[in-house]
Design a protein. Sequence first.
Length: 136
Amino acid sequence: MKMIFCIDNRRGMMFNSRRQSQDRELRRRMLELIGGARLWMSPYSAKQFEGDDSIIADSDFMDLAGEGDYCFVEDSNFTLDDVDEVVLYLWNRDYPADRYFDIDLAALGFEQVESHDFKGYSHEKITEKIYKRTKR
């Protein structure tokens, strides 16, 4: 399984039970990244992808996702136990947050294999970082 997260400079993900930000170019890039794979997410997250049939929304999406599937995580508790790849999208801004991505990926055996910046619609720069698990 592969997981996707959006975080700010301080690794914040959400504030007051809402996403910090969203960007349509980031959503386009995310769908491009997954190619023909399935993209699972919560019903809350799926609202920003309305009209896209490649999205599978379910409250238990992480339990239902299989090998090779992607999960976009915003408002759900998660573990990286069965995850082979993590994709982080960095807003490159400071937002208020009360939910954080507070995981040390290197300590869990993940290694950064790719990083690049792209221009968002509402963000001058969004950074995509891809981490793959190299050891357990």
